[in-house]
Design a protein around this ligand. Structure first.
Ligand code: F6P
Length: 757
C-alpha cells in the first residue's frame, strides 16, 4: 500500500512542482535574461512559505548552481537532473526524504540595441529602401535556466500511515459488521433449518404432500426450500423401509401350520378333519422297477395336502393308482405322507364304468366345460348323472363311516362332489361342512344348460360354508340360486337359507404352502438349476428361457401361448436362436376325445413353429408332455427367465404362485392371464389377455427385455403377497368363519329353546 500511495504522491508533487515553476518562470526568466539573479532570492524565500516546498535551487543552462535557498542540500545541478528523471525522484536527507523536481525556465533574449539619434536634428527624412523590414523579427525562446524544486516528502509517510490506519480501521469495522450480519443470518437460517429438520423428524411434512410453493404451505408445515430435496429423500427412504417392513411383517403375522392347528382346537369343537376329493394326494403305481409313489399334477392336492399335514385326520379319495390296492390296510387306509404318517388316506375304489360316468363323463365332460366357459360344449348324459349321484353317495357314506363324532369338520373339494354336502348333512346334521369349489362358477344363463341344475344347487347348499376363489364367482353362484331355487338370500351377509338351513357363500383365494426356510436352503442354486436344465434339453447357453407348466387341458391357453411365441419370433427376429419356450404338459383325462385331440393339436402347432424357426443347434419350442414331480418343476422354475400362465379361464392357478415361491433370487418375470383368479392378487405380474396374440407376444418381449432391477421390484412384491396369503390363511379363514357360524347356530338354538312354551 505504501508503494501505491508513494507513487500517487510523487505524481502529485510533480504537478505541484510544475505549477510552482510556472508561477516563478516569468520572474526567473526575466532575472536571468537581465542577469539580475540576486533579485530572485526574496522571491524564492516567499515561495518557501508553502510548507511542502522544502528548498529551491536555480541552475544555469550549463548546469551551474546559480542560486539556492538556505535548506538546499549539497546537490549539483546534474545530480538533481539525474534524480528527477527517475521514476521515483527521491533524495534522502537527514531530516527526511525530499522529492526532486527539475523544471526548465525558458526566456527570450533582449533585442540588440538600436543606434541613437541626437536631440534637435532636423533633416530630410532618410530614404526608405523598398525591401527593408518595417520591424525586427521576434526572438525564439531559449533555455534560460533550470529550477530545482525540493518538496518535503515526510508528509507522505504521515499520510500513508494515516491512510493505513484508516483502512485497517475501515476493514476491521466492515469485517465486524459483516460478521454480525452473518451471525444474525446464520442464526435465523439455522433456526429455520432446525425447525425444518425437527418437522421432518416428527413426520409433519414427510407424511403430508409437499407444499408446491411458500404461499400454499400451511403454517407450521412450511419447509425451507433447501430442505425439500432432503424431505423427498427421506420420504423415499421411509417408503422403502415401509415396504421392507411390510414384507418382513409377513414372517411374524403369517399363517402357518401351528397357527392353523391352534385355531382348529380353539374354534372348532369337533377336532376331526375329514377331506373328500376325487384326486388322491399320493398315487402308488406299479412299474418295472417296483411300486413307486407319485404326486399328481393337481392344484387341489398342492393346496390341501399341507393343510392335512397340519391338521391330521382322514383324506377320502379315489384310489386311482395301479398299485393303490397293494398298499392299503383292511379298511382301505394307509398313513401318508410316506415315511411321515401325518394323516390317513382312505381310498375309495371305483369300477371303470363308475369312473367313466362320474369322473370322465359328468364331471369332466359336463361340469368342467360348463363352469369354465372355454368354448368346449358341455355334454350331459343321463347315465353319467346316475353314476355321479351314485359315486357321490359312495363317498358320502365313506365320510360318515370315517366320522368319530357327530360334528366332524368335513372339507369337500370341487366339482366332483356337488351332491355330497347334502348327503353328509342328512346323516350328520351337526357336521361342519366346508365345500370349496376350485373352478369358476358361470353366470346363471350358462349354468342353466345343466339339466340337473336344481339338484346340483340343492346338494351344494348342504354345506355350512361354500367357498369360491373370487367374489365374482360368489356373486354368480348367488344369482344362480336366486334364478333356479326358492331360497332366501341375504346379500348383505352373503348367506342363502334353503330347507331351513343357512349357507355362507364367501370368497377364499386358495394358495400354496410357502416353502420352509430349511427347504429353501437345500434348493440347488439358480445357476445350478439353469445349468442342469440347459444341459438336459441341449439348449444354448446364452438364451432367454420361458416356461409353462400345466396339465394338458384346453382351459390352460397352451395353444394361445404357442401362437404368442410364434408371433414374438416373427415380430422380433432378434430372438430367433436366443428365445426358448419349454412347455411342461402333464397328460390328463386322456380317455376323453376332447383332451386327446387337444394334445395332438398342440403337438402339431409345436412342430410347425419349430419347423419355421429352428436353426442348427436351436429349437424354439420344447414340449415335454410328461408328468414332472414337484422337484423337477421347481428346478425348471428356478432356471427360467419367465413363467407364462395364459389360462382362458381358471379358478385361481397355483402354478403362478409356485413360480413366485421358487424365485428366492427375486428374478424372473410372471406373465399371467387376466382370466385366472390369481391375477386379482398378483398385480405385479405382466397381466395379459391370452386371446390377444399381439398383446401376449409383446408381454413375452417385454419380459425377455426386462431389467434385473425391475424384475427384483416386481418379484419381491409378488413374493410378499404369496407368502402372506398362503394356504394356511386360506384354510384358517374358512375355519374361523366356520367357528363363528357354529357359535351363532348354537346361540340361536338356545334362544329357540328359551322361546319354546
Ligand atoms: O382346477 C380344479 C382341479 O380340481 C385342480 O385342483 C386340479 O388340478 C384339476 O382340477 C383336476 O385334475 P384331475 O382331473 O387330473 O384330478
Amino acid at each position: 500500500m505504501d508503494q501505491v500511495t508513494l507513487r500517487w504522491f510523487s505524481r502529485d508533487l510533480n504537478s505541484r512542482g510544475m505549477l510552482v515553476a510556472n508561477a516563478l518562470s516569468d520572474s526567473v526568466s526575466d532575472a536571468l535574461m537581465a542577469g539580475h539573479t540576486d533579485k530572485l532570492q526574496p522571491l524564492f524565500e516567499r515561495a518557501l512559505q508553502d510548507e511542502r516546498l522544502f528548498a529551491i535551487g536555480l541552475c544555469s543552462p550549463r548546469g551551474e548552481l546559480l542560486l539556492h535557498t538556505e535548506a538546499f542540500p549539497t546537490l549539483s545541478c546534474d545530480a538533481a537532473a539525474a534524480l528527477a528523471r527517475q521514476a521515483e525522484p527521491r533524495l534522502n536527507l537527514a531530516g527526511g526524504p525530499v522529492h526532486v523536481g527539475v523544471h526548465n525556465v525558458m526566456g527570450t533574449p533582449p533585442p540588440p540595441p538600436t543606434p541613437e539619434v541626437p536631440d534637435g536634428f532636423v533633416g530630410p527624412p532618410a530614404p526608405v529602401p523598398a525591401a527593408a523590414p518595417v520591424a525586427a523579427a521576434p526572438q525564439q525562446p531559449v533555455l534560460a535556466g533550470r529550477l530545482v524544486l525540493l518538496h518535503d516528502m515526510s508528509f507522505i509517510e504521515r499520510r500513508s500511515e494515516d491512510t493505513r490506519n484508516y483502512l485497517v480501521g475501515l476493514i476491521a469495522g466492515l469485517g465486524l459488521v459483516i460478521a454480525v450480519i452473518t451471525v444474525v443470518v446464520a442464526q435465523l437460517s439455522w433456526r429455520g433449518w432446525v425447525n425444518g429438520a425437527r418437522a421432518l423428524m416428527r413426520g409433519e411434512v414427510l407424511f403430508s404432500p409437499l407444499p408446491s410453493g411458500p404461499s400454499s404451505a400451511p403454517a407450521g408445515e412450511a419447509l425451507a426450500p433447501e430442505l425439500i430435496p432432503l424431505a423427498n429423500e427421506l420420504r423415499n427412504r421411509m417408503r422403502d423401509l415401509e415396504d421392507e417392513f411390510r414384507r418382513s411383517q409377513g414372517l411374524h403375522t403369517e399363517w402357518n401350520a401351528e397357527r392353523l392347528r391352534a385355531l382348529l382346537n380353539t374354534h372348532i369343537s369337533g377336532d376331526q378333519v375329514i377331506v373328500v376329493s376325487n384326486r388322491e394326494p399320493y398315487i402308488h403305481e406299479r412299474t418295472a422297477d417296483g411300486v413307486i409313489v407319485k404326486r399328481p399334477a393337481s392344484g387341489l392336492v398342492t393346496a390341501v395336502e399341507p393343510v392335512m399335514r397340519a391338521c391330521s385326520g382322514t383324506w377320502v379319495a379315489h384310489g386311482s393308482g395301479s398299485a393303490d390296492r397293494d398298499v392299503v390296510d383292511a379298511h382301505d387306509r394307509l398313513p401318508v405322507p410316506p415315511g411321515q404318517d401325518d394323516y390317513w388316506l382312505r381310498r375309495i375304489w371305483l369300477t371303470a364304468e363308475e369312473e367313466q360316468g362320474y369322473y370322465y363323463g359328468f364331471a369332466n365332460e359336463g361340469m368342467w366345460p360348463l363352469c369354465h366357459v372355454a368354448h368346449v360344449r358341455p355334454v350331459f348324459r343321463e347315465s353319467d348323472w346316475e353314476a355321479y349321484k351314485a359315486v357321490n353317495q359312495r363317498f358320502a357314506d365313506a365320510v360318515v363311516a370315517e366320522a368319530r363324532s357327530e360334528d366332524p369338520l368335513v372339507l369337500v373339494q370341487d366339482y366332483h362332489f356337488a351332491l355330497l354336502p347334502a348327503m353328509v348333512r342328512e346323516k350328520l346334521p351337526q357336521a361342519t361342512i366346508l365345500t370349496f369349489w376350485h373352478i369358476p362358477w358361470p353366470n346363471p344363463e350358462s349354468f342353466g344348460i345343466c339339466p340337473w341344475r336344481k339338484e346340483i344347487l340343492d346338494g351344494m347348499l348342504g354345506s355350512t360354508i361354500l367357498g369360491f376363489h373370487t367374489r365374482y364367482h360368489c356373486k354368480n353362484f348367488i344369482e344362480t340360486v336366486d334364478r333356479y331355487l326358492e331360497a332366501r338370500i341375504e346379500h348383505e351377509h352373503s348367506t342363502i337359507a334353503f330347507r331351513e338351513k343357512e349357507t355362507l357363500v364367501e370368497s377364499y383365494p386358495i394358495s400354496i404352502e410357502w416353502p420352509q426356510e430349511e427347504a429353501m436352503r437345500n434348493w440347488p442354486s439358480v445357476e445350478a438349476c439353469r445349468q442342469r436344465v440347459t444341459e438336459r434339453l441341449g439348449l444354448p447357453q446364452d438364451l432367454c428361457l420361458a416356461v409353462g407348466v400345466d396339465r394338458f387341458d384346453y382351459t390352460k391357453g397352451i395353444l394361445e401361448r404357442l401362437n404368442a411365441v410364434e408371433r414374438l419370433l416373427e415380430k422380433w427376429p432378434q430372438w430367433i436362436g436366443r428365445f426358448v419356450f419349454v412347455q411342461v404338459a402333464a397328460p390328463t383325462r386322456s380317455a376323453l376325445e376332447e383332451y386327446r385331440s387337444f394334445q395332438e393339436r398342440i403337438e402339431r402347432v409345436t412342430a410347425r413353429i419349430n419347423e419355421r424357426f429352428s436353426r442348427p443347434g436351436y429349437q424354439p419350442v420344447h414340449l415335454l408332455a410328461a408328468h414332472h414331480e414337484p422337484d423337477a418343476v421347481n428346478e425348471l422354475f428356478r432356471a427360467a427367465d419367465m413363467c407364462v400362465v395364459t389360462s382362458l379361464h381358471d379358478g385361481m392357478n397355483l402354478v403362478s404362485k409356485e413360480f413366485v415361491a421358487a424365485r428366492d433370487d427375486l428374478q424372473g418375470v410372471l406373465i399371467l392371464s387376466r382370466f385366472a383368479g390369481a391375477a386379482r392378487e398378483l398385480a405385479e405380474a405382466l397381466i395379459v389377455n391370452p386371446y390377444h396374440v399381439e398383446e401376449t407376444a409383446d408381454a413375452l418381449h417385454r419380459a425377455a427385455s426386462m431389467p434385473a432391477a425391475e424384475q427384483r421390484e416386481r418379484m419381491a412384491s409378488l413374493r410378499s403377497t404369496v407368502r402372506e396369503s398362503n394356504v394356511f390363511r386360506w384354510a384358517g379363514r374358512m375355519l374361523l368363519d366356520a367357528g363363528r357360524w357354529r357359535l351363532r347356530a348354537r346361540i340361536e338354538a338356545r334362544v329357540r329353546r328359551h322361546q319354546a312354551p
